[in-house]
Design a protein around this ligand. Structure first.
Ligand code: HPA
Length: 253
């Protein structure tokens, strides 16, 4: 039995096509998640949905309780997690409005609760994070993109910055020099905590602006929202086409 967990990013208050039959408030060892977890179906398949920034939105990227969110999704039955991330595009092919499935990341965040390893008597957790996104779920996401008729760019390095401010042009030049193709604020520690909890996890990035210094449009929320609404509709169609049944059940930690 599989169940898709979706983490909604900026601009995704509700996942288009998701039919909610209820909401569950989950207590976790790490405190409260961003909101209750919506339980329901996507395209007739079991799915659960959590809005990362809260409902209504109240949490900036550095205030999100990533540990509680992932714990709550797992507690509500999620066997696989697709995270939706609004990002800026650095690579010329990552144009505003496009969807990218990154295969790597670089973590520039600081001061966030970034692990479920609390020391003490609990076993040491040194996850293998060479490939931060789970390969078979990534492949299935790309196949779902094909089935949905959406053009997903396969691969790219996501830079995860602290925010909530956007970057300077010089910072983006540095990120490009580091090999980054995309820049967002919420990809970490989420991806690492999912790995620690044994949850297969991938990111579907929605490019909502050209990164600072690279585009002509102003870096304002209204300008980003135009791309966000198109990209989030496309992302929802991709998620509806996902078929997890052929994927291995995860090993729960
Ligand atoms: N930088 C960081 N995070 C973002 C951006 C950006 O340009 N756009 C959307 N989230």
């Amino acid at each position: 039995m599989t169940c898709l967990g979706v983490i909604g990013g900026t601009g995704i208050g509700q996942l288009s096509g998701f039919v909610a039959e209820g909401q569950r408030q989950v207590e976790t060892p790490y405190g409260a998640p961003s909101s209750g977890v919506d339980l329901g179906w996507l395209n007739g398949r079991d799915a659960v949905f959590l809005q990362r920034h809260g409902q209504p939105r109240s949490l900036p990227p550095h205030r999100i309780n990533y540990r509680a969110n992932l714990w709550a999704l797992r507690e509500c039955g999620a066997t696989h997690v697709v995270a939706l991330n609004a990002v800026g595009g650095i690579h010329p092919d990552a144009a505003p409005g496009s969807l990218v499935v990154p295969d790597q990341l670089i973590d520039y965040t600081w001061g966030r609760e970034h692990t479920v390893d609390e020391g003490g008597d609990s076993p040491l957790i040194h996850i293998d994070f060479t490939w931060p996104y789970e390969a078979s779920l990534r492949d299935e996401l790309l196949r779902a993109g094909d089935r949905a008729g959406e053009n997903l760019r396969d691969g790219g390095v996501l830079a995860v910055t602290q925010g909530p401010r956007l970057e300077t042009a010089a910072e983006v030049r540095r990120l490009r020099g580091d090999g980054c193709d995309l820049v967002g604020m919420t990809g970490m520690p989420e991806a690492a905590i999912a790995r620690e909890l044994g949850l297969p996890y991938v990111s579907l990035c929605m490019v909502v602006n050209a990164a600072a210094g690279l585009g002509d449009e102003p870096l304002t929320l209204p300008a980003m929202k135009v791309h966000m609404s198109r990209a989030s509709e496309a992302a929802a169609r991709v998620l509806a086409a996902l078929d997890l049944t052929a994927l291995a059940a995860p090993q729960r930690r």
